[in-house]
Design a protein around this ligand. Structure first.
Ligand SMILES: [Zn+2]
Length: 341
């Protein structure tokens, strides 16, 4: 089975964005605030939004199941206040649930969290619990920077985040560390802010004692771990100077990278330096980079081709495609068994 750990609903029907636009407009005119979403989206609209996109790509590329979450760049936790974020988040998560119900073989859900700058992460715990217990989701996307590029929250290893981590551990679900759009013009969202955040999270994990306090908690750092594999020697050296654990020991059961790296040399390097036990297959389709690489004639985000080109044994490849995802998402096996009923 080939599990793509990183997919977003970037092709949701226009009604979703229309609700969001109304919500944002309502921030200026409180008489006009759309309350909770009451989206009129039919099952056929959802089918149409996926058939020519994620489902088509799954079939063409030969992947089986996508761990699917709301569009990350649209989370935009910096917009409005906590209530704005709560309503928007619930609407997005409810739509993911409908996708998973329509295509139980193809998708399993991961939720957005109703974060908001300056609001305690504990306040996201209830939505996480609803998504896991009521909607059958298996993880969440955690934004380390709800301010959208101004980094006003404490590091991920700070106790500030602990109440949410306690809920993650209780529910046995991981978080993908995933920022959203940037409202800081210095940082292009997908080209700079995303990769900065991935790299930043890894360095925070090196310096903090998070995994002593939460031995079973799990994080996925997307986009191939940001700049980390390329600078693996730097991080090893820094950890050594600071008398911190060896990187493979720090990562072992707690930190995973995906394969959303859009060229062969990048994937080759990832597999050369990062323990294979900590790599999950992912493509982020349909996502940040949608074009075709003129050098290969293939889509940049057709990451399965790069994995196929690696000199891996069948057993090693099986871990990347399935086995490691089962470890990173402890509820996945149960959910799959339930689907097969
Ligand atoms: Zn993503």
């Amino acid at each position: 089975m080939i599990i793509d750990c990183h997919g977003h609903y970037t092709t949701a029907p226009a009604e979703l964005q229309k609700y969001r636009d109304g919500q944002i407009a309502g921030l200026k005119d409180s008489a006009n605030v759309p309350a909770k979403a009451n989206l009129k989206i039919s099952d056929d609209q959802i089918r149409a939004s996926l058939e020519g996109a994620q489902l088509k790509l799954q079939r063409e590329r030969g992947t089986d199941l996508t761990i699917f979450s709301p569009r990350a760049s649209a989370m935009a936790h910096h917009i409005g206040n906590e209530t704005t974020s709560q309503h928007w988040t619930q609407a997005c998560n409810d739509l993911i649930k409908r996708v998973c119900d329509l295509y139980p073989e193809n998708f399993v859900g991961v939720c957005q969290l109703p974060q908001s700058p300056g609001v305690a992460p504990a306040n996201s715990a209830a939505e996480l619990e609803r998504c896991v217990k009521d909607l059958g989701f298996i993880g969440c996307n955690l934004n380390p920077d709800p301010s959208g590029g101004h980094w006003t929250s404490p590091p991920l290893t700070d106790r500030h985040w602990y109440p949410l981590y306690e809920k993650m551990v209780e529910l046995d679900v991981p978080a993908m560390v995933h920022v959203s759009s940037s409202c800081n013009p210095n940082f292009h969202a997908t080209g700079a802010h995303y990769i900065n955040a991935d790299t930043t999270a890894f360095m925070q994990f090196i310096t903090g004692d998070l995994f002593k306090d939460f031995p079973t908690i799990k994080f996925i750092i997307p986009h191939g771990g940001g700049a980390v594999p390329y600078h693996w020697g730097r991080y090893r050296g820094l950890a050594q100077d600071m008398k911190r654990p060896l990187l493979p020991d720090m990562m072992r059961n707690n930190v995973f990278f995906d394969t959303c790296v859009y060229h062969q040399p990048g994937i080759d390097l990832l597999f050369k330096v990062v323990p294979h036990e900590n790599i999950l297959f992912g493509s982020e389709m349909v996502g940040a980079v949608r074009g075709i690489d003129p050098e290969t004639g293939n889509y940049y985000d057709d990451t399965k081709r790069y994995i196929e080109a690696l000199p891996l044994s069948d057993a090693q490849r099986q871990k990347i495609y399935e086995g490691n995802a089962m470890r990173a998402y402890p509820l996945l096996a149960t959910r799959l068994a339930a689907k097969r009923g």
